[in-house]
Design a protein around this ligand. Sequence first.
Ligand code: MF3
Ligand code: CO
Length: 249
Amino acid sequence: MVSIKSEREIELMKYAGHINYLVHEEIKKNIKPGVKTEYLDKIAYDFITKHDCVPSQLGYEGYPKSICVSINDEVVHGIPGKRKIKEGDVVSIDLCVGYKGYHTDSARTYIVGFQTREIQDLVKNTEKSLYEGLSKIKAGVKIGDVSNAICEYAHEHGLSVVEELVGHGVGTDIHEDPDVPNFGEKGSGITLKKGMTIAVEPMLNLGSKEVCMLDGDDWTIVTEDSLCSAHFEHTVLVTEDGYEILTGE
Ligand code: MF3
Ligand code: CO
């Protein structure tokens, strides 16, 4: 069932979304060669709890950490640990923040130091594809219009779209109805209504769209061809004539 949030619920999500944004800003300052990914996780945990919020991913379906750190060919759900960030790494940070039972979800991808033009374009165009999708959002529009804008943009720029993982409704749970795929036909799917809150999150690959679970780990999703992947995500509120980003500045 797709829920419509009340004014009060939206206020709680706005606070959680603001903290989500600030956590990303804290992490950004600390993404550099030599830093262990578990240190980024600790920064997030400390910041979130200090602001009366909860790291919603911690314990979610047994997930062991507060954030996901997915590097290079890792698409999503990389688990922070002893691994150190290296020069040239493509690092995606995905995190959820909850306040009084209401959650927000947001992801960003960073290039550490120098990378090829191809990788720079992958990251830049994945972020742009998110905004292409968001630009379609307003009450009365179909989910498929958002999905289609994302995949058209990706394909125009020579990138492939991961299909196994999709965006989603977000609110009292990290993952609520509806699904928000990053591919599909215009006019398909449910109609967006004022007061819905959804997480839009393109995951785009340099090579093939195929992904699989990393061996020996029940979480990390990697590209099948081991080429690089990028991920950007915002939680947004659908309004009468557009949308409001809840996890933005
Ligand atoms: N933040 C992820 C998403 O974008 C959810 C991760 S679930 C976790 O949907 F358990 F891996 F944290
Ligand atoms: Co999400």
